[in-house]
Design a protein around this ligand. Structure first.
Ligand code: FES
Length: 131
């Protein structure tokens, strides 16, 4: 295996990963693991994608309908451990884990939490400490 070079030059890093230049405020993980998918995880993911792209705040490649300078990263992920009460959604850096999320809940999570920093308490299971 070829030896991997550790890159330290910031300009080179940003060229390789343009997202490093974006003013990212939050990252949302949506679980589409087996149990969450069975209760609508893919639909929840699709609704986050649709609305964040419509609002122009989903960070990503323009060719994919996203905004290179968007403030929110949306990431599909596998199980995060509360499979029986999905769909599971996690918001960083706040450390908020939401459960039983449906596509109908997504506009509220986006407007209250992602855009205004206010946790949607009725769906929040845990707020991880930030220390
Ligand atoms: S499958 Fe989603 S939390 Fe386990």
């Amino acid at each position: 295996m070829a030896e991997k070079k550790f890159i330290t030059d910031r300009e080179q890093l940003e060229k390789l990963a343009p997202m490093l230049k974006a003013p990212i405020k939050r990252q949302v993980f949506v679980c589409t693991g087996k149990s969450c998918a069975a209760v609508g995880g893919n639909e929840v993911m699709a609704e986050f994608a649709r609305i964040l792209e419509e609002k122009g705040i989903r960070q990503g490649k323009e060719a994919k309908g996203r905004n290179p300078m968007g403030s929110c990263v949306l990431t599909e992920c596998g199980s995060m451990g509360f499979c029986s009460i999905g769909t599971a959604v996690m918001v960083y850096p706040d450390g908020t884990m939401y459960g039983q999320v449906t596509p109908e809940d997504v506009p509220e999570i986006i407007e209250k939490h992602l855009e205004n920093g206010e946790v949607v308490e009725r769906l929040a299971l845990i707020n991880l400490p930030n220390d």
